[in-house]
Structures are given as structure tokens and as C-alpha cells.
Design a protein around this ligand. Sequence first.
Ligand SMILES: [Zn+2]
Length: 235
Amino acid sequence: MGIRVRGLYDLQVIDLEIDEAERNLRVVESGLGESEELRSARESLAQASEWQAELRRRLRNLELDLEEAIEKRKASEKTLYSGKVKSPKELSGLEQEVQLLKRRQVEVEDETLEVMSQLETADERLERERKRLKRLEIEWGEEQAELQEKQAALSSRLSLLRESRERLQVAIDPEDLATYEDLRRRKGRQGVALVQNGICQGCGVAVSTSKVTRVLRGEELVHCANCERILYLKG
Ligand SMILES: [Zn+2]
């Protein structure tokens, strides 16, 4: 009869590898998908584009305002100089209107210059945001490809490990397996501890000589008096 605990020890070696591969897989999978940086770059681009459209709208409206002011002024001037209006009150009213419309024209022209300068800045910002998003998308694409590769490698490694586990498990007494699983749950994923130089490697406490003898005999599961883990001595 072999050492009863050896199967459990071998199982634990695989279980710890499975734990690690699962941890790595979770990290890899959490990196898959749209990144926060990419989302915010898309948002910034949308905002920059909206702002540019808004300025273009303002510019078009100003052009219309300018046309309107010029046309109105021309019409007033035409009436003013037509000789048809004789009343001094009416004439001075028309003169005032022409002055007002000229001032309006200057105001609209000033505002147009201001909006054009803002639009120039907005165009530059939009171009910058476009380039930034493009760069991020390329980086993101490369990163995703790398992560997908890692994901595939980890998944196939995991299925191999799980197959090995299945094979090992068949040879283990179900009660021993249940004891091991219970300890693993309670003891930080480690149900079996090696004894080295008379010390339990699970908790660092010395194991009595009589226990070491029983561990060496290998007929039963011997537990550490301190941490409860199943003790194993590599032969
Ligand atoms: Zn211990």
C-alpha cells in the first residue's frame, strides 16, 4: 500500500496551479472590452464636434444678420436720398435708422471675427481629439489582441489542468477528498502541508516525532496539531 496522502498532495499541486491560472484569467478578462480611456476619448471627440457645429451655426446666423442689416440700410438710404420724403421729422428719423444699421453692421462684423477665431480653435481641438482617439483605438486593438491570445492560452491550460485533476481524483478515497476540500476552503486554498526538518510548512510549528513517524508510515491522514492541515513528507 502506498502513501495515502500522496494523491492529495499531487492533487493540491494541480489545484494551486488551477487557482493561479483562474486568477490570471480573471485579470485578463477584466481587461477585455472597451476601456474607460477610450470611452472618455470618444466623448471628448463628440463634444468637440458639437462645439464646432454650434460655432458654424452661429457664423451662418451672423452672415444672415449682416446681410439683413446691409439690405435694410440700403433700403433706408434709397428712401432717404430719393427726394420723395420731405418732412424734416421723417428725414431725421431715416438718418437715425441708417446710423443704427451701420452700427449694427459693425457689431455683427466684430462678432463674426470673434466667432471665426473661436472656430479656428474648435477645428484644432477637433483634429487633436480625432488623432487622440485614433491612436487610442490602435493601442487598444493591439492590447485586446494580446489579451485574447493570453485568454486562449490560459483557457486551454486550465482545461488541461482540470483533466489532470479529474484523472488524479478518481484514485483518491472520497472521504479523504472531502477532508482535503474542507481544509482547502478554510485554510487559504491549502489543505496539505509539507513537513520539512520536523516543521509544518503550513504554519511553521514543529510536528511531534510520533506524528512524523505516522506520516512516514502513510497509512492514515495525519493532521498538524496547530493548523489542522494534512501532513505530508516527500520521500
Ligand atoms: Zn501546521
